[in-house]
Design a protein around this ligand. Sequence first.
Ligand code: G6P
Ligand code: MG
Length: 219
Amino acid sequence: SIQAFIFDLDGVLTDTAEYHFLAWKALADELGIPFDRHDNEALKGVDRMGSLSFILSKGELELPEEQVLVLADKKNRHYQQLIEHMSPADLFAGAHQLFADLKSRRIAIGLASASKNAPMVLDRLGIADQFDYVADAAKVKQGKPHPEIFLTVADALTIAPQDCVGIEDSLAGLQSIQDAGMHSVGIGDKQVLNGAEQVYAQLHEVDLAEVLALGKPQR
Ligand code: G6P
Ligand code: MG
């Protein structure tokens, strides 16, 4: 049965997926590389350097590593400006209720965000103390879609992957959850996230009983 919920952050608990998009879009525009929301779907959940190399290869731009690092840093500084003003009001509706419902059922709560800015965002949202374990993105060797980050969180919580639910807004993240052998919940567009076992358009629509039923033996 389900004993842990492992959340992605950007686009699941708050709208920072939009800020990542805006910051990448500004950089791509500056480089003269076409980049739209459709391209961005492939980038959601993908780490900073992986995202940048996707954009550069879309523009068939090959740059020395030094310059690539400068661009990555530029995007990050822009992103950090965008999240500077965030507050608890930016937490998606339903998050506190869901955390409370999970705690009352003694279901552990983990975070599997690829973002090195995640601790800052959690602080700004006022939810840093809600998690039993937060993965350190800097220590993850193989980013999403590899299952490493979700498996690291399950391991730290000492809960078997098949007793975990991973909750994601990105295709890369869902792949990561599936390859970790966990149950999957998508937040967003059903057409896009068609690999997830359950998809809800928004976080507040998550039906906990329905999700927990995924962990019950089928009959
Ligand atoms: C998350 C987001 C991605 C972002 C990645 C790295 O996975 O979904 O859009 O590129 O984190 O974030 P960072 O803040 O470390 O650049
Ligand atoms: Mg996300």
